[in-house]
Every structure is written in structure tokens, then in C-alpha cells.
Design a binder for this molecule. Sequence first.
Ligand SMILES: Nc1ncnc2c1ncn2[C@@H]1O[C@H](COP(=O)(O)OP(=O)(O)OP(=O)(O)O)[C@@H](O)[C@H]1O
Ligand SMILES: CC(=O)N[C@H]1[C@@H]2OC[C@@H](O2)[C@@H](O)[C@@H]1O[C@H](C)C(=O)O
Length: 373
Amino acid sequence: MTELLRAIGLMSGTSLDGVDVAFLATDGQSSVTRGPSMAFPYDAAFRERLKQGLEEAKSIENRDERPGNLAELERDQTLLHAKAVREFLSQNNILPQDVHVIGFHGQTVLHRPQKALTVQIGDGALLARETGIDVVYDMRANDMVHGGQGAPLVPVYHAALAAGLGRDAFPVCFVNIGGISNLTAIDSHGEITAFDSGPGNTLIDQWVEAHTGQAFDAGGEIAARGTVRSALTDRYLRHRFFTANQRVSLDRNDFSPPVKGEIGLEDGARSLAHVTAAAIFASVRHVREKPKTYVVCGGGRLNPVIMGDMAMIAAKEEAHVVNADELGLNGDSMEAEAWAYLAVRSLKGLPLTFPGTTGVRAPVTGGVLVKAE
Ligand SMILES: Nc1ncnc2c1ncn2[C@@H]1O[C@H](COP(=O)(O)OP(=O)(O)OP(=O)(O)O)[C@@H](O)[C@H]1O
Ligand SMILES: CC(=O)N[C@H]1[C@@H]2OC[C@@H](O2)[C@@H](O)[C@@H]1O[C@H](C)C(=O)O
């Protein structure tokens, strides 16, 4: 089946920084034409509500439960997504009837793969009513039902993008440095291995916010004034996530920032930036063919301290690190693009996840479709 469908992807990631929107025309396989994208940042008050929501979600045992204010948060968050879609369509002169489907991630509020429990708030039916566009949402659940980790889901899209890179780049590894980082290695035979690779920006964000009130270390400026403290970096890198042989997916709260006072602001930011970079290489040991090229996307690529440490470690392995933007890709919107791509795959009944990406027993599709009328 080669029908090209036009899709919008909506991603609200673990950094809680906002909604990314992206437009694609794709057959859900090798044909991908990327369209416009936009970011709709959350204001400080909504971020606080999301953080509160993560706390309230800790008591969830059954994925339909919405303790505390979670139901209200889910409704407001869905309405914010609908607003983002309307603004995106109007700014890009796209009509709702020209879009076949929206791929809606929602917001992960709890992820416990060991209990086969993953919860994304986001009301697909409400979004379909508000936008007049069919919606595919809840794309992680079916993977878990079939023994997968429920994450990462982006790898099948990374693989589609990798097909457009020159053979010289292979073996290639896409690295997404968001709140949590994940990687997709594609070897010279096109074999995909993917998994969450460790803490991304969340620890840095939490550390910097606790000291300065700023949401993140813009341009890595705070880290650039500090020194790597190995006592701290070793503590993170010796975590069982890195020493275990089995790959597991991560919840935002699986790693905690240092305790305030145990290290200075700048050394803390510097050390955590190093952990982010080193975590990727500690995890890549699970990949059979060592990557030659690391293509970095997600907000962490905008932190030169992380990128510098990655380049330094990669050089020891005769590999090199490149910002996805330099390859004509879009490091900010890649996950939103992926959710558009996955929605089209879901409509076509194609697999979203594979034994090599989430550990699922066999390739499976996923997602729940809600028709606009
Ligand atoms: N200019 C910048 N300088 C340094 N860091 C930045 C910059 N811009 C964004 N970041 C970092 O990137 C983070 C956002 O990254 P991104 O949007 O990729 O995460 P996400 O999609 O929410 O996470 P995930 O991929 O885990 O779901 C911010 O929280 C911040 O730490
Ligand atoms: C449960 C969940 O939301 N996981 C996210 C998170 O953020 C990054 C990493 O952990 C990744 O595995 C996943 O998101 C990406 C988009 C994915 O599923 O591919």
C-alpha cells in the first residue's frame, strides 16, 4: 500500500516544555515528505500543574485512574493541544479537511514497564471533536500488552530518515536528548536496535531550576563555568540501569538530581552534562556494530557542553557526532514528526514496534483511532 496520507504529529515530552507540532506527507513506509513544524511552549503555571500531575499519578495502579486533579489537567492539556493545532493550521494555511489524521502522544505521567503500566494523559475523542480531524492516540499500550517496554516508539521513524543518509554514515545512531535520552542504531544491514539510553536533560533542568528558577541551562552557560566531579558522575554511571544487561525503558523519575548543597551549582551542571553524554556511550555497548555517526536531535543538542563531551568520547571510538539540523533534518520537531508517521502506520495496520526496539515479542501495531464525526 503506497497511499500518501497527510498527518499532524503532536508531542509533549518528558521535559514538560510544551507541545511540538509537525506536518508530514507519508505512506508510513519509505516515503516521507516533511512539512512545517512549530513549538507551543507551556507557561510557567501550566508546567507547575503538569509537575503536580506527575506527583498525583504516582498512585495509579490501573491506567484509567485519574487521581487528584488529573482529569481536569487531562481536559485542559487536550484543549491546549487543540488550540496548538488550530494555530498551526491557520499559520500555515492548511485546512482541517486537508489533514487525514493527527498522531497524539499526550503527556506521560507514569511509566512502569516492570508492571506493564504506562499512562499518557490526553483525551483523543475530545481532540478529534475540537479539531474536526481523526485522531490516533495511546500508541504505547499495545506494545506493553505484547511484552514490550512501551518505549521508545520513534525508532521506526529514525530508520525511515536514515534511509535518506549516505552509506558513508553507516552504522548510524540517532540520539534523542530530551528529558530522557533514547537511541536508535541502524547497522550496515539496516538492522535496528533501539532503547532508552539514560537521563537526558531532566536532571540538569531540575538542578538549574532549584538554584536559579530558570527552566534549563540555556546554551550550557552554567555548565561551561564548572568542573566535572567524578564522585558525582560515577554515582550516576554506576546505576544498575547501566550495569544491567537487560535494556529497560525509563520513567522521568528513575534518576534524581543531586541534593542541594552537596556540590556547587556550576560543578553540578557541568557534571550532569557529562553524565548525559557519557550515558549514551555507556548504553551503546549493547549495540552489535559500533556506530560511526551519531545524529543528535532533541533539546540537548543545543547544549554545547553536552555536545562537546559527546564529540570527545566519540572521537576515542573513531566516530563523529553531528547535529541533526546539519543534515537537513529538524532536531526540534523530529519526535512530533514521528508521531505523525506512527499515526499513518497505525491507520495502515503496520507495526509500530519491533523486538529490537522495545523488546516486544513480535512486531506489533498500536494506537486507538477516533473518527472526527
Ligand atoms: N538553548 C538550549 N540550551 C540548552 N538546553 C536546551 C536549550 N533548548 C532546550 N534545551 C533543553 O532541551 C529540553 C527540551 O528538549 P526536548 O524538547 O527534546 O524534550 P522532550 O521532547 O520534552 O523530552 P523527551 O524526548 O524525553 O520526551 C529542555 O528542557 C532543555 O533542557
Ligand atoms: C514513556 C515515555 O513517554 N517515554 C519517552 C521518554 O522520553 C524519551 C524517552 O523516554 C522515550 O523512550 C519516550 O519517548 C520517545 C518519544 C519515544 O517513545 O520514542
